[in-house]
Design a protein around this ligand. Structure first.
Ligand code: F0G
Length: 436
């Protein structure tokens, strides 16, 4: 083959009109029809060089980048040179058995949702405490490959914390656009501590998203929201790692919270590609769960996706307080192709589920609890059957939102107020707690 004529390993492709672009161009939308772009891999060529055995061997890697739960699947994610990768490393999050029949305290969660074979993949165990790190290691690596001069995102908090961390590691200036007063202090603290320039705007997430797109276009800054197709490539590894942890046995359902719909899109893409590559034989059904006050995707699903909605979003789960999701079209396709469903849960249901998860010892941030609340609802509706295997994704760490945790638990938890240091008196009080 003449030089320069080698087939492309991966490229950008419009999801709508399928026009192709080289991946070395900074692009998020199609020049022809303005559709969103996705990364496409040469799956035929890949099928010859990847296998479950290869990934199982790499699972034992002790060094970066293959030690990362994202870059273990390097060829399917972004086949750049290993030396170009910016990783902490991320991934390798626990998959907890939390079914009704388990022996551990986690069975409380299975009893609550009514599922015997129930697994929870805790993405809050990533370096900055959320699943966003899986996308960000790839987004920042691509920023370095492209020679970006600065990076930016709009965020409900977790994306900004993650971007700030990875940008600092890569030595890139970072701007985060935040809805003022609407993100948790912990997430803001992460972004600030990692040296991001925070731009607090008197608007909601959807407003901040529009502004950051404009600013990035004007100032030639690399945008790292999930509109960026490389972010989604990294987030695909949630599904790949989950399958690997289940010994490549496909669960009947994957349930996850949904806001801007990047994760629904990424997990769906991973599954479809895994099936095409022969890593799995069948697809799980995907259930995307939205908060009732921020449920445009659910409303659209109710119309069989005939109508698209925008809402003024309001929910206690600030991470998914999004009324006009950017990845709507991709996520719709995923729900259709996996015979999936979209469900909506109230803040009360989210907080109740969060209490069960927190009390079981693993804990999560409010948005993540939508997974458990949604599974319970789908069980009650008999959409999920009692005999089916369900894998839920917990997207963020409990400490991401201490304000909500304290609000809930100072009201409900028994606390012993210290009034002095009299050991005998304290001993008598503790005895009462233990019913001795
Ligand atoms: N769970 C958590 C903890 C999140 O932070 C987010 C999104 C989601 C779920 C929803 O995922 O947007 O891919 O559907 N947080 C973004 C942010 C929007 O800015 O941190 P999605």
């Amino acid at each position: 083959m003449p030089p320069g004529k080698e087939p492309m390993k991966y490229w950008l492709q419009c999801e709508h009109c399928h026009v192709r672009y080289k991946s070395i161009k900074i692009l998020y939308h199609c020049d022809e029809c303005n559709g969103l772009l996705e990364v496409r891999h040469d799956l035929k060529a890949l099928a010859k060089c990847v296998s479950t055995q290869l990934f199982d061997e790499r699972w034992r890697a002790t060094h970066s980048p293959h030690r990362s739960g994202v870059w273990r699947y390097h060829e399917l994610i972004l086949p750049v040179k290993l030396s170009q990768i910016v990783t902490r490393p991320e991934g390798n999050t626990n998959l907890y058995a939390a079914g009704r029949d388990e022996k551990s305290g986690l069975r409380k969660i299975g009893e609550y949702v009514g599922v015997s074979k129930f697994y929870l993949k805790h993405e809050g165990e990533n370096p900055t405490g959320s699943f966003k790190d899986r996308g960000m290691t790839v987004g920042i690596t691509q920023a370095v490959v492209l020679g970006a001069k600065a990076v930016a995102c709009a965020s409900t908090g977790n994306t900004s914390a993650s971007l700030a961390s990875y940008a600092a590691q890569a030595g890139l200036p970072c701007f985060v656009f935040l809805p003022e007063g609407k993100i948790s202090t912990s997430k803001l603290a992460q972004a600030v501590a990692h040296g991001a320039i925070t731009v607090q705007l008197k608007t909601d997430f959807d407003g901040a998203m529009k502004i950051v797109q404009y600013v990035c276009d004007e100032l030639d800054i690399y945008l790292l929201n999930s509109i960026n197709p490389f972010r989604l490539e990294g987030q695909k590894s949630i599904a790949l790692e989950l399958l690997q942890q289940l010994n490549w046995k496909v669960p009947d359902w994957i349930v996850l919270p949904a806001g801007n719909l990047g994760n629904t899109s990424a997990i769906g893409k991973a599954l479809l590609e895994a099936r095409q590559l022969g890593l799995i034989k069948r697809l799980p059904r995907i259930a995307s769960i939205q908060a009732q006050g921020a449920n445009p995707f659910y409303r659209s699903f109710q119309t069989s996706f005939e109508k698209r909605f925008k809402v003024q979003a309001e929910t206690i789960a600030s991470a998914i307080r999004i009324g006009d999701p950017v990845s709507f079209a991709r996520a719709r396709q995923v729900i259709l192709e996996t015979n999936g469903v979209v469900e909506s849960v109230t803040d009360k249901e989210i907080l109740e589920a969060k209490a069960v998860i927190d009390n079981s010892g693993i804990g999560c941030e409010p948005a993540s609890a939508a997974t458990v609340a949604g599974t319970r609802k789908l069980m009650k509706k008999r959409i999920i059957k009692p005999s089916e295997t369900v894998a839920g994704i917990l997207t963020g760490h409990l400490l991401k939102d201490p304000e909500v945790a304290m609000m809930v638990y100072t009201r409900t938890t028994k606390a012993i107020k210290s009034t002095g240091v009299n050991p005998a008196k304290l001993g008598r009080t503790l005895k009462k707690f233990l019913h001795l």
